[in-house]
Design a protein around this ligand. Sequence first.
Ligand code: MV4
Length: 487
Amino acid sequence: MKKVLIANRGEIALRIMKTLKRLNIQTVAVYSTADEEAPFVKFADEAYCIGEPAPSESYLNIDKILEVAKITGTEGIHPGYGFLSENAVFAEAVANAGIKFIGPSIEAINVMGDKIDAKQAVKKFDVPLVPGTDEALTDVASGKEIAKGIGYPVLVKASAGGGGKGMRVVENEDEFEEQFERATSEAINSFGNGAVFIEKFVQQPKHIEIQIIADQHGNIVHLNERECSVQRRHQKVIEEAPSPVVDAKLRAKIGESAINVARSCNYEGVGTVEFLLDKDKNFYFLEMNTRLQVEHPVTELTTGLDLVEEQIKVARGEELSYKQEDIKLEGHAIEIRIYAEDPENNFLPDLGKIVHYKHPKGIGIRVDDGYEEGGTIPLMYDPMISKLIVYGKDRNEAIEKSIEGLNNYEIAGFSTTNGFCRFVLNHEEFRNGSFTINFVEDHYEPEYLKEEISEDAATGAKALFDHLMKEAVETPLDLHKSSWKHR
Ligand code: MV4
């Protein structure tokens, strides 16, 4: 594979290209008119504008992307995350164009994209499931029967769902009909598929996911877990590896289940198997994400593997060069997602020109970002502007480094979630590891952040002042130089 097209934008497009460049693979970027000045466009060996900012016109435009792939002689397409990454129609179109889709088979994408199909596929492989149904509910009466058997509270979940859409808690039988109708209509509206199923509602769980990798020859290994419980409204904020509550024995058990999930759909490439972990450390399969995830760097820092490099090797047909017992787990890594959002204003996206932007640097600090000072954050896309990934010898060191890293961002022009993240990192429940997926709604109040936010604003304002002063001193000299040269 000598040339790869990246069907994505921002930090992940840049991150993928960096590995490709190191592997001496030519990179092709496709971009929208909103991203003309973006770092990933400049970094690519070749770059082609494929349309207007609206994703449907550009990053979701299969025909345009394949047109560029064909004229450039692209041999592989990396879809990144989001956009077309879990779109089986795209994977099929790529294959039909004679190009390798860097990801799993069309069948695996389809099976894992439908929660009922996924449950049916994995149940023959001895994977623990939340008590519930693995068939679509047909009517309210039989639904109530099933719910009674499971015991309230239950969850009604859309089979096509994701990100909490089409998911409803039902506390008792009186609520059943209403919540069933709501979940169904939300599922029809969002996914065009009204199929819903029932599960026992697992209360105060942790969200634990296992990274797996599979080659084309039936070898599958897991690369340990990531703890992703700190999220708000289904948007992850802080992720880490390993989980503070998973020991080697539990890791081996969940890992084996994750491998079985991958086996159930003849998986190829990197993928993530999501589990709920309850108070008694029982774990249950939730779903599988058939893509490289945003939070993959914490696995990279603790295993020493480059997951994009591993994807390329698998896509080329190479066998995994390691066995399960060769996978290491060293130190502790934390990823903080930095969003251009205003925590004082209900986390509404806060977009615009990046007047001043400097990120922390140093040993054990990695920043994956896709913007630079002077750029603009387009309105159309994800407001995540930067990922701070830190590595420490243990969890405490990683937490301290995370706080220091957050303090060393200099940002002016928009507000960020940095103060909110410091609040989490300093919280007793985060420190002792007992936090669950309910952490933010249980513990966070916007007024906690007043001080944090004014500190960030002061850092940004000071940095901006220094920046403008420096510019004021340098600009006349530059003008003078250029006029001397040209006249
Ligand atoms: C659950 C659950 C509790 N019990 N299933 C949320 C999105 C979808 N991926 C599955 N989700 C959940 N399924 C049962 N039986 C709680 C959630 C859930 C959740 C899961 C992972 C991470 C964050 C979450 C936030 C709210 C609810």
